[in-house]
Design a protein around this ligand. Sequence first.
Ligand SMILES: C[S@@+](CC[C@H](N)C(=O)[O-])C[C@H]1O[C@@H](n2cnc3c(N)ncnc32)[C@H](O)[C@@H]1O
Length: 201
Amino acid sequence: MDIMKDLRRNIHPIDFDAFSHGQINSKLWLCEKLEAYFKTLAAKPLSVSIYGSWIGLLPFMLLSRGQLQIRQFDLYDIDQDAHVTASKILDYWKFAADLKINHHVQDCNHINHSENQSDLIINTSCEHILTLDWWNRIPSHTHFCLQSTDMKHPTHVSSPESLEAWKGSLQLHSQQISFSGEQFVSYDTFSFRRWMILGRK
Ligand SMILES: C[S@@+](CC[C@H](N)C(=O)[O-])C[C@H]1O[C@@H](n2cnc3c(N)ncnc32)[C@H](O)[C@@H]1O
């Protein structure tokens, strides 16, 4: 048997940037804030939608930390290849718990919320999405957690000047926000700000 041939057939190209310090650090920040937020609310298993879910590392981290009770993930990404990798990473977790994971190869700007009403919607890819249709369509009272950045990058098509400017563009009132904050990330050759807003629409 040609083991290398067999291995290659099972390996899908992975975007290893997903494992970088900045990507993982910001997701750890999100996990910590989200876990603290839901600790104060009624403990019922959550259905969670993730927009721009990429290769599924955020759901992987939320599951492996084991702090939130999650009964269903709905992962939305326009990139079919990202879903293939995400399902390889996440599929084995379906055995560990009473957990459903649905993959949607779909533009999150076109989600029909009468078909899927999640308790919580997470979007850590806000900087990659030009319009705010995805945000405007989220039903009132839905819990949300969003991240964005001012990092300059060819794929960052939406780049607010500041956390306050970003909040303004989302037309959020202070009563809707439970947490908002900024992390300044500085490396040898570049630096940027990462913002997060957590609350209920
Ligand atoms: C580079 S990745 C994620 C970066 C982000 N910092 C994170 O860690 O979540 C951006 C993802 O958003 C997806 N994406 C971009 N526009 C989208 C849209 N309109 N609907 C759904 N997914 C989208 C891309 O396919 C990609 O997988």
